[in-house]
Design a protein around this ligand. Structure first.
Ligand code: F1P
Length: 346
């Protein structure tokens, strides 16, 4: 397993981290449905997991904000698998939501950073990310650690269920293990991202757009910018733009596209055209060998080529760095953003 932001392998092997999955593989692969419950950044990791699990395991998944789930009267059936995602393992909304679901007979699987935390203890089984607690308040390495664990889970469950072939399973696992090296590539030179941050640091609004696996990454990019640089940002599925947000686009609006080469590529190219036609400033995260998106963008951040299931682990890194450099350029304390608590326990 690895700490993407630092591009290094952590000592724990994937095998140890996945022992919770291996030991409960029958409960997981036979689930009639899965509910993913989380808050904030962890919720975005859950949204990506929904896309991956439905694609690779063919199990229906719903993703819920714990802060809503705990107060409404959701249908929870005995045998439902609830995947609880939390960096701190202490978030009150998530904890309370899980307590009531567990009382209704759900099987709770925790994906948690902090060992021995309340959510880890409440879970029937789980997988620690082993990325350790965040040093700052905003979740960064916790997010990439969660994505790594959830991707591995989806692969293991899908393979055990026979929903993916052995060849596809091995290909994606191999790509997952190549991520640290690819992150190192991104980190070799961050001066370009720093330059882009300096150029747009005084913008009052940002729009982040992505499709498919990159949609949750767009949401997370927007949240990170809000959290650590206090710039209003919205994340949207690029295909939803025409249903409203397009009204916001003018020559002052930076629009960040998460536009790596995947099965949505041609569609996202036309979304970029729509923004350009309205004079929006296009900043794109694109695949290193892309020859179309760079020519259409005002500014570009490259990531190495990867399968679309794995690519989000890479495309999130430039966005985390962009928020970081905008925050630093504005003279803000990026480790302790105003009004935010490391774990929200009330
Ligand atoms: C959830 C969360 C974080 C966010 C902030 C407040 O925490 O929303 O994603 O960065 O720290 O809490 P957790 O349940 O993942 O610990």
């Amino acid at each position: 397993i690895f700490d993407c932001l630092r591009g290094r392998l952590l000592p724990q092997s994937g095998q140890i981290i996945m022992s919770g999955v291996d030991n409960h593989i029958d409960a997981l692969k036979n689930a009639q449905r899965m509910l993913i419950v989380a808050c904030g950044t962890s919720w975005h990791a859950g949204l990506l997991a929904e896309y991956q699990i439905e694609e690779l395991c063919r199990i229906p998944v719903e993703v819920e904000y714990a802060s809503e789930f705990r107060y409404r009267n959701p249908v929870v059936n005995k045998g439902d698998v609830i995947i609880a995602i939390s960096q701190s393992g202490e978030t009150a909304d998530t904890l309370v939501a899980l307590e009531s679901a567990k009382a209704k007979g759900a099987f709770i699987f925790g994906v948690v950073n902090v060992v021995g935390s309340s959510i880890a203890r409440l879970s029937n089984a789980g997988a620690y990310t082993h990325a350790g607690p965040e040093i700052g308040v905003a979740s960064t390495k916790a997010f990439t650690g969660q994505l790594a664990v959830l991707t591995m889970m989806a692969l293991k469950i899908g393979y055990a269920k026979g929903a993916i072939t052995e060849a596809r399973y091995l290909q994606l696992m191999r790509e997952l293990y190549e991520v640290p090296e690819k992150v190192k590539e991104i980190l070799k030179d961050t001066s370009n991202i720093q330059r882009i941050a300096a150029k747009y640091k005084d913008a009052t609004d940002f729009l982040f757009l992505g499709r498919g696996y990159n949609f949750p990454i767009a949401l997370e990019g927007a949240l990170k910018l809000k959290e650590i640089s206090y710039i209003h940002a919205e994340g949207y599925p690029a295909a939803e733009m025409k249903h409203g947000p397009i009204a916001l686009v003018d020559e002052k609006l930076p629009v960040v596209f998460v536009a790596t080469k995947d099965s949505y590529y041609e569609k996202i190219v036309s979304n970029v055209q729509e923004i350009k036609a309205r004079k929006g400033k296009v900043i794109a995260v694109a695949t290193a060998n892309d020859e179309i998106i760079p020519g259409m963008s005002n500014d570009i951040m490259f990531v190495p080529d990867a399968d679309e299931v794995i690519a989000p682990l890479l495309s999130t890194i430039p966005l985390q760095l962009l928020s970081y450099y905008v925050g630093v350029a504005k003279g803000l304390d990026v480790d302790k953003p105003r009004n935010l608590a490391k774990s929200v326990t009330v």
